[in-house]
Design a protein around this ligand. Structure first.
Ligand code: SF4
Length: 248
């Protein structure tokens, strides 16, 4: 299988990468919600979602260079059985391949959280794909993007059907997690899913947009959508437990 790589210029080294943070917490989203996990957040992203909840790993990437070896040792010492490789966009970084191999040697369950625009041959037990809808595109005049460069790049890059299909095909254990801001997003999700094969309703999760606990009304609406289509409602447990804070 060919795994197409987009934007390889952002790749970096095979044995190290800039890491925004590592921490132990409960997985807050998706099929493994509530599972104690060691998180590693790669710093850097090929997209710029307007509502990104980790701007320190996308709009303004922070963090030190860390080697795969030291990360793998830290993961093993964390004392939990699950690892979540997230970002930013972890698939930008070749070091994600070596890190996942080491986490597997640690006998850890590995989740990769990606927007699904880049594919690499990574070992993982759950491929968590979050395709970005048009609600993610920075608005014209966004102060973080005065020239509009990122708005254009984001629109060009945010959906790559070939990569999404490759990830679905390569990873029988997967989830397709959509951030939903409102009713118009549903038609976009339908169109996107219609262009993909091999997914099941059980793989599709809808998550309310926002970094605060959603209102009862919004939750009820989204729950109703999920129930009518046989999809899953995806809460943000970490937001409810800890608020929108780093390291959670
Ligand atoms: S893909 Fe993820 S990390 Fe990148 S800008 Fe969007 S929400 Fe942030």
């Amino acid at each position: 299988m060919t795994l197409p790589i987009q934007n390889p210029e952002s790749a970096g080294a095979a044995d190290r990468a800039r890491i925004a943070e590592t921490f132990v917490s409960l997985q807050g989203e998706g099929k493994l919600t509530g599972v104690p996990s060691w998180f590693v957040r790669f710093s850097g992203c090929n997209l710029r979602c307007t509502w990104c909840d980790t701007p320190y790993a996308s709009w303004s990437p922070e963090g030190a260079m860390r080697t795969v070896d030291e990360l793998a040792k830290e993961a093993q010492a964390a004392g939990v059985g699950h690892a979540v490789v997230t970002g930013g966009e972890p698939m930008l970084f070749p070091a994600a391949i070596a890190l996942c191999e080491r986490l597997r040697e640690n006998r850890m369950h590995i989740t990769i959280e990606t927007a699904g625009t880049i594919a690499r041959p990574v070992a993982c037990d759950l491929m968590s794909i979050s395709p970005k809808l048009s609600n993610s595109t920075p608005a014209p005049g966004d102060a973080r993007d005065a020239s509009g460069t990122w708005r254009s790049r984001h629109e060009e890059r945010r959906v790559n059907i070939e990569v999404l299909q490759a990830l679905i095909d390569a990873h029988p254990q997967r989830q397709l997690k959509f951030v939903v801001a409102g009713e118009p997003d549903l038609a976009e999700i339908d169109t996107l899913l219609a262009g993909l094969r091999g997914w099941t309703n059980g793989d599709v999760l809808l998550m309310p947009e926002g970094v605060t606990t959603p209102s009862r009304e919004r939750t009820d609406w989204l729950v109703g959508v999920c129930m009518s289509r046989g999809w899953r409602y995806c809460q943000r447990l970490h937001i409810e437990l800890f608020g929108n804070k780093r390291g959670t």
